[in-house]
Design a binder for this molecule. Structure first.
Ligand SMILES: *[C@@H]1O[C@H](CO)[C@@H](O)[C@H](O)[C@H]1NC(C)=O
Ligand SMILES: *[C@@H]1O[C@H](CO)[C@@H](O)[C@H](O)[C@H]1NC(C)=O
Ligand SMILES: *[C@@H]1O[C@H](CO)[C@@H](O)[C@H](O)[C@H]1NC(C)=O
Ligand SMILES: *[C@@H]1O[C@H](CO)[C@@H](O)[C@H](O)[C@H]1NC(C)=O
Length: 228
């Protein structure tokens, strides 16, 4: 994700893929035109579409691996992350501090929007900054405090990492608080460790601290589904 944050466009590390990105050795390729602040990439293997966002323009993008076509929709507010739902025509978007289900198939016009949950009422100038869905369909999404647009100063300790499921939409579970900037979520290959970054200083990436937070067995719960 460092390339994304640093340069503001999406590059991909390709390991001998087929199709248009058919490099035979590891290589970095530019796949989209430059945007302001790319975040929250999410791959939908059902459609060969990569979703990503440009936080401050409110744009949610789709990049089609097969056609290299880029489309976007624009929401009212800051947007991040974008995570595909079980229904392939719905994308879950972090809009300000809310989880919003947006009807969009990645290609055609935007449909309805429905707010599923709103977090961090106690930090009403904070916003979502990064998030992922786990294998069981639970959302691990985190917030950060407001940034001063002229100085870049962050309101400290106003971030929270939440676990959001269809059962707790009214009161999402707080997993970690306080946080400065929720960022960089990933699971290990064995799927029993979860990594999470709090970017504390807004300085260089080497200042980031990476903590292993959870080591757990997976519990079977139903996938996250819109509105139910
Ligand atoms: C993919 O392979 C084709 C055919 O060999 C070649 O023309 C094209 O330049 C390759 N593309 C990339 C991105 O390497
Ligand atoms: C997000 O923020 C924008 C700009 O402040 C506001 O117009 C919009 O209503 C907000 N939407 C939600 C769902 O919070
Ligand atoms: C946030 O809450 C404070 C205190 O309740 C209120 O004065 C302020 O208007 C709120 N700001 C936003 C952006 O909702
Ligand atoms: C957030 O940043 C402030 C200022 O750098 C620091 O004092 C505080 O300990 C940080 N909070 C966390 C949870 O790391």
């Amino acid at each position: 994700m460092i390339a994304i944050i640093t340069f503001g466009f999406l590059a991909s590390l390709v390991l001998g893929c087929q199709g248009s990105l058919n490099a035979s050795s590891p290589t970095i390729q530019l796949i989209t035109y430059p945007i302001d602040h790319a975040e929250g990439p999410s791959w939908d293997g059902r459609k060969n579409i990569l979703y990503y966002v440009d936080i401050h323009t409110g744009r949610v993008f789709s990049w089609n691996y097969d056609t290299e076509e880029i489309n976007y929709i624009t929401l009212d507010g800051t947007v991040t992350p974008a995570v595909q739902a079980e229904n392939p025509d719905i994308i879950l978007v972090g809009l300000n501090r809310s989880v919003v289900a947006v009807e969009w198939d990645g290609t055609n016009a935007i449909g309805n929007q429905e707010i599923l949950a709103t977090v961090a009422e106690q930090f009403n100038t904070s916003r979502f900054n990064d998030g992922k869905a786990d294998k069981e369909g639970r959302l691990w999404w985190g917030t950060m405090g407001a940034e001063d647009t002229s100085t870049g100063d962050l309101t400290p300790n106003n971030g929270v990492l939440y676990k959001i499921t269809k059962e707790n939409l009214g009161d999402p579970t707080v997993e970690i608080a306080p946080v400065n900037i929720s960022n960089g979520l990933a699971w290990n290959r064995a799927n029993d460790k979860f990594y999470y970054i709090d970017t504390p200083t807004l300085q260089v990436s080497t200042k980031r601290t990476i903590r292993v937070l959870f080591e757990f067995d997976w519990f079977r719960i139903e996938s996250f589904r819109r509105g139910s």
